[in-house]
Write a protein that binds this ligand. Structure first.
Ligand SMILES: [Zn+2]
Length: 348
């Protein structure tokens, strides 16, 4: 890297054209927006400013993380809050030159507040449309049918939200407690979703090992793996991922924060990339993990020895691994090539 690039690396990273494929919209609410919600809902004595909120979100272990997740959700009171959430999340991503997002959402988490899953979906789609008009950023939703809720609930949710397929909803995902609830019982839900035209991804190989990744590939027929970070415990699995080029939605900082990896340096992303696996870069729950999609790219350069050319490949992998149509992929790839050329010239 030349001196100009070294001195301006953070700005350079910010300007890289990006795709985000593994982001939970409720875990990405900008701090300012969340603070605003807290104020509007009567405030909380311990949260007087953004710094207090930032400190509040530092958790001690995974159970504490879940507590904070639930606490944050209590300030979301109305379906139309989701319009604002989608708009502000996408505004924030577009400032980092993210062009396209596939965002997970879990509409089943808000029944206590009396919010309907259809209402939440419609409001998110409204926010997404406004963001597309104002910032040109594309977004599609992935319905998280959550392992903890059981396959019956998953099927019910699928039926309820199928009318939104192709209108802002593109796929289904499987979040929740991977260790406690294996993927196998969800085979029928995934089969049905596929027949209806949903695209398929699932979290696997994060809290559980390779067997969990095998299950989502063989039993659910997923097109992508959410995380897949523990694939390297099984060389046969690594060969399969390489041979079929099944994309991994890698979220380095999340994996360190939740204790899946001991440190950024210990993360296998570089190894996977070198082995020729289809790796993408994502931020998972950026607000909760105190990260950003730009930060995810930055640590690859600063701590894991990736080159600028590697980052270019990773940014284009995001397009290839997405659920966009082949035509849209081609158009976006062309746009990324042009932006990369411009970026390299600007910083050389
Ligand atoms: Zn996730």
């Amino acid at each position: 890297m030349n001196t100009k690039l070294i001195n301006n690396i953070e700005q350079f990273i910010l300007e890289i054209p990006k795709v985000e494929l593994h982001l939970h919209i409720e875990g990405a609410i900008p701090l300012e927006t969340l603070f605003d919600f807290i104020q509007r809902r009567g405030g909380e004595a311990s949260i007087k400013n953004l710094d207090d909120l930032r400190r509040k979100l530092i958790y001690t272990d995974f159970a504490h993380f879940i507590d904070l997740w639930v606490w944050k959700n209590t300030f979301i009171k109305e379906e139309k809050d989701f319009e604002e959430i989608a708009y502000q999340v996408l505004c924030n991503l577009s400032k980092q030159n993210v062009k396209y997002v596939e965002a997970h959402y879990a509409p089943g988490d808000y029944w206590r507040q009396g919010l309907s899953e259809q209402g939440i979906t419609e409001c998110l789609i409204k926010g997404m449309k406004r963001a597309r008009d104002d910032f040109g950023i594309g977004c599609e939703l992935i319905l998280d049918i959550c392992r903890d809720n059981g396959p019956e609930k998953g099927m019910e949710r699928l039926n309820m939200l199928t009318p939104y397929l192709g209108k802002g909803l593109i796929g289904i995902g499987l979040g929740g407690s991977e260790q406690t609830f294996p993927a196998d019982p969800y085979a029928d839900v995934y089969k049905e979703a596929k027949e209806r035209g949903f695209r398929l991804t699932a979290h696997a190989g994060e809290a559980a090992g390779p067997e969990s990744i095998w299950a989502v590939i063989e039993k659910l027929g997923v097109e992508r793996i959410g995380h897949g970070v523990r694939a390297n415990e099984d060389p046969q699995l690594v060969s399969l991922l390489k041979q079929r080029q099944i994309p991994l939605e890698i979220c380095v900082i999340s994996n360190v924060r939740t204790g899946v990896c001991d440190s950024i340096e210990a993360h296998p992303i570089k190894q996977y990339f070198k082995q020729g696996l289809m790796v993408t870069v994502n931020s998972d729950d950026p607000t909760m993990f105190n990260t950003t999609i730009s930060q995810e790219y930055l640590v690859l350069i600063k701590k894991l020895g990736f080159t600028i050319n590697d980052l270019k490949r990773l940014s284009i992998n995001g397009i290839k691994a997405s659920f966009m149509s082949d035509r849209d992929k081609k158009l976006m790839e062309h746009q990324f090539e042009k932006e990369w050329e411009h970026l390299i010239n600007k910083y050389s």
